[in-house]
Design a binder for this molecule. Structure first.
Ligand SMILES: NC(=O)c1ccc[n+]([C@@H]2O[C@H](COP(=O)([O-])OP(=O)(O)OC[C@H]3O[C@@H](n4cnc5c(N)ncnc54)[C@H](O)[C@@H]3O)[C@@H](O)[C@H]2O)c1
Length: 468
């Protein structure tokens, strides 16, 4: 459903020609106003992206230090293209960082909630930040404003938000509650915002849904399918998607273990599988387990929902169990190479849960390292971008300024994040610095036959030693 306004906007885009900035088009101003609450991965990308689309964006970040930094265009998170995009839109005055909620939401057509929803010890999603914002917002909302839940929230949250709003009087103002889950991937978040594979919009008020669709359509033209549904289905789509991805990772990790035992090369097996479009090659790389700020917590939340509904999600339970085993398996591979770990120096390459981010939340690298430490190993670690975050999280950890120093007198190395720069290292030189040339490549990043030629004892994940 394309409206006249859409058509006008599309014509305007085309007639202005699309100037590029950091490889992205700069769209003309749309006159639409958006507020984004929460200046984390999701909020920052949405705020900068919507501003680039030509909307006027007001961002609110609760943490005063972060907020001050953002106002000056400084971004703590490592996300390719984001500082440039954010800075350009600040300078263009399309994007402003506010500390007062009332001021930020004034005149906003849509107010996006992008606050964190971490796991409680029970596995349930902690919705306190969402509800805190809703309570504060209630009296401040003006008629027909749209409250958009972008945070990942359990099925039924939009309804709870609506109930809370009706208690504090906002319902009389015909405020709409729309669910618009986010699917961006850290590391490629900016491109994911501009080239999403789908946009999901859930709600019960067609006009509100259309306004949210329009916010995106300006930048996407017709390139991206928009899935319109009710709030609960939108909420479930997000959890179901993450459960599926987690399952795929757990599946390939187990497959790699089987290939290890059977003397097969999993990379060849997954290539043969991934060419089938029903399977696809994405998320078919074995590793030390999935981590990050989404998959583990969303898996816990969906298991929690199933428990409450009296439904058994046996696949999800098995995925959780298999993922918890995976770091132990990596440690086992190191033991295979060096024997007892007590007193052995292990050099760690990569700390983040994936490459191209400085996010250490639930990183499997940390789980591997904790276990190595428990077994008496002496750790020295390197990460290209997360040194500061690692220092804050694990002050006693010995951090090296480069991979060469991580290799110094090491009994073994372990690659825990698939940073491409590790592929380009001078492995001959690295080997010369080590006490013993042992390496566990928990990301199947390196070429086993090259390392074997340089005299390394190499173990990958489901890779025959010394095979490409
Ligand atoms: N990080 C991802 O890759 C990703 C992807 C898709 C969905 N999500 C979901 O999006 C949501 C946000 O994730 P994130 O990674 O951006 O979280 P985050 O923890 O990085 O950021 C949340 C930010 O919100 C701020 N905040 C908290 N309460 C606030 C308030 N009342 N007003 C203003 N700011 C407030 C916090 O200080 C923090 O900076 C979560 O529900 C998450 O599950 C995350």
């Amino acid at each position: 459903m394309r409206t006249d306004t859409d058509n006008k906007l599309k014509k305007r885009e085309l007639s202005h020609g699309l100037a590029t900035e950091a490889g992205l088009p700069v769209y003309p101003s749309t006159g639409l106003r958006v507020a984004v609450l929460g200046g984390g991965f999701v909020g920052l990308v949405a705020a900068a992206g919507f501003a680039q689309f030509g909307h006027t964006v007001a961002l609110v970040e609760k943490d005063p230090d972060k907020s001050k930094e953002l106002r000056a265009g400084r971004i703590r998170i490592h996300e390719r293209g984001l500082p440039e995009l954010f800075g350009a839109n600040l300078r263009r005055h399309r994007l402003g960082v506010f500390s007062e909620l009332a001021e930020a939401i004034k005149g906003a057509h849509a107010i996006f909630l992008a606050v964190g929803t971490p796991s409680l010890p029970s596995g349930e999603a902690d919705l306190s930040a969402v509800f805190e914002v809703v309570e504060t917002l209630g009296p401040l909302l003006t008629p027909k404003q749209i409250l958009v839940l972008k945070s990942t929230v359990p099925v039924g949250t939009a309804l709870q938000v609506r109930n809370r709003l009706s208690k504090n009087g906002a319902a009389k103002k015909q405020v709409a509650v729309v669910s618009n889950p986010e699917f961006l991937r850290e590391g490629t978040a900016v491109m994911d915002f501009f080239r999403p594979q789908r946009i999901v919009i859930g709600g019960d008020q067609p006009e509100a849904i259309e306004t949210i669709a329009q916010l995106y359509r300006v930048g996407m033209m017709d390139a991206c399918p928009i899935v319109v549904t009710n709030n609960e289905t939108a909420e479930m789509i997000k959890y179901a998607s993450n459960l599926f991805l987690a399952t795929k990772v757990a599946f390939v990790n187990e497959l790699a273990n089987l290939c290890d035992a059977a003397g097969l090369n999993v990379t060849e097996v997954t290539r043969g599988m991934g060419l089938d479009s029903r399977i696809s090659p994405e998320f078919l790389n074995p590793g030390p387990g999935f981590g990050g700020s989404c998959l583990p917590k969303d898996l816990d939340a969906i298991l929690n929902l199933a428990r409450k509904q009296g439904v058994r999600l046996s696949i999800a339970e098995a995925v959780k169990e298999a993922n918890a085993r995976q770091p132990r398996l990596v440690v086992g591979k190191l033991e295979k190479l060096v024997g007892t770990l007590k007193g052995k120096t292990i050099g760690v390459l990569g700390l983040t849960f994936k490459a191209h981010t400085n996010d250490l939340r639930s990183s499997p690298a940390l789980a591997v390292m904790k276990r190595l430490e428990e077994k008496g190993a002496l750790l020295q670690a390197y990460d290209p971008v997360a040194e500061g975050e690692a220092r804050a999280l694990w002050p006693e950890l010995k951090l090296a300024p480069n991979p060469e120093e991580v290799a110094e007198k090491a009994d073994a190395l372990v690659v825990l994040t698939e940073w491409p720069e590790f592929m380009a290292l001078n492995w001959e030189e690295i080997g010369q610095k080590m006490k013993s040339k042992n390496i566990v490549d928990a990301r199947n990043l390196l070429v086993p036959e090259i390392l074997a030629r340089l005299g390394f004892n190499y173990l990958g994940m489901g890779q025959k030693p010394g095979e490409a």
